[in-house]
Design a protein around this ligand. Structure first.
Ligand SMILES: O=C(O)c1ccc[n+]([C@@H]2O[C@H](COP(=O)([O-])O)[C@@H](O)[C@H]2O)c1
Ligand SMILES: Cc1cc2nc[nH]c2cc1C
Length: 355
């Protein structure tokens, strides 16, 4: 049975502060000046607060790659044709995409989901959860109905539930969808009040003329649909995408089940912003992996209140940046688990006066 989103949002708990503090005390006993492992320490404490365990056992890792098509591609807003979406889905399923390489290196599963691809896709490993074949052209009408957006969110929530049952304890968001930077920029504009010129970027690599056109498509889509900025589902349905809605669900599902979720680039962060507007508490469960080169990404992260671990000049999507951050997140757990304490190693600890 589907629970309402309000009910789900209310069930998302704040981090376990006692576990955060216990992790902090443990970190300060380890053989290093307090705080000297920087973000690794911050992540270790966050993971403790998420899981309620001072030294968390994360279990299996998965990157959930949601794929969907975008009606707004009719307006010529991408450097690539829409056919690339299903073609790349097959590439993910055959293990040849960048995200597959990085996931193999770090021992993560790639879970590839058809939540809204136009083409009929078949593959034994494909998670077939199509809500509809692509969104409608948001420049002319709402991209999705509210029902479709909610169905896509529930696909994400349910998938996380299934993976948690299979022992997965660390999630990453990934996506594939030609045209989805246009949808994500539109969400950024409406949900944060950012000027379209500051929210629109080159995506797969459009030139300056096409960039101006993309900006005008976004402005027109907002004028046509008149989304209510205080209603995240209305904004998501009118301007978003099926894969974006699915990832919103993945993030809410991870928070609901007290599992960390590593956010990839621009599109994943747009989904994360929607999740944070539906359930503000969900932001505590997010780890921002990297700062994408896509214009507007920093604004998205700022609006959520999370800061990126890495800056690698990447702008691929698929979950690549998030998966790249997995080993660093595991490093923070290993520090907690394996480092000697001042007492166990016989290393002198500075006194309260620093002497
Ligand atoms: O994640 C990012 O930061 C990112 C930035 C730019 C482009 N992308 C990827 O490129 C596709 C969307 O680009 P576009 O130009 O078709 O809107 C989509 O498949 C995304 O995964 C991803
Ligand atoms: C080739 C290609 C791979 C991608 N992966 C994510 N978005 C993409 C867009 C293109 C065009």
């Amino acid at each position: 049975m589907k629970q309402s989103l309000d009910t789900i949002a209310r069930q998302i708990q704040a981090l376990d502060q006692a576990a955060v503090e216990a992790a902090g005390r443990h970190l300060d006993q380890l053989t290093k000046p307090p705080g000297s492992l920087g973000k690794l320490e911050h992540i270790a404490k966050q993971l403790a607060g998420i899981t309620g365990q001072t030294i968390p056992e994360l279990g299996k890792k998965a990157v959930i790659v949601m794929a969907g098509d975008h009606g707004v591609c009719e307006e010529g807003i991408s450097a690539f044709p829409a056919e690339v979406t299903p073609q790349m889905v097959l590439n993910f399923l055959n293990g040849g995409a960048a995200v597959n390489v990085l996931a193999r290196q770090t021992g993560a599963d790639v879970v590839c989901v058809d939540i809204g691809v136009n083409a009929e896709l078949e593959h034994p490993q494909l998670v077939a959860r199509k809500v509809r074949k692509g969104t409608r052209n948001m420049m002319r009408e709402a991209a999705m109905t509210e029902r479709e957006a909610l169905d896509a969110i529930h696909v994400g929530i349910r998938l996380v539930e299934e993976l948690v049952r299979e022992g997965c304890g660390l999630f990453a968001t990934g996506e594939m969808g030609i045209g989805n930077t246009t949808a994500s920029s539109a969400l950024l504009v409406v949900l944060t009040g950012t000027e379209a010129a500051d929210a629109v970027g080159r995506g797969t690599g459009i030139d300056s003329d096409k960039l101006l056109h993309k900006q005008s498509v976004i402005e027109r889509a907002i004028a046509v649909n008149k989304p209510d900025p205080s209603n995240p589902i209305d904004v998501l349905a009118k301007l978003g995408g099926l894969e974006i809605a699915g990832l919103t669900g993945v993030i809410l599902g991870a928070a609901l089940h007290r599992r960390p979720v590593v956010i990839d680039g621009f599109i994943s962060s747009a989904a994360a912003l929607v999740a944070s507007r539906i359930a503000p508490q969900s932001a505590s469960y997010m780890i921002a992996s990297h700062l994408s080169q896509e214009r507007g990404h920093a604004r998205l992260l700022e609006a959520i209140g999370i800061s990126p671990m890495l800056s690698m000049d990447m702008r691929l999507g698929e979950g690549t940046g998030a998966v790249l951050a997995f080993p660093l997140i595991e490093a923070s757990v290993n520090v907690m688990k394996e480092m000697a304490t001042f007492a166990s190693a016989g290393v002198s600890q500075s006194g309260p006066d620093g002497l």
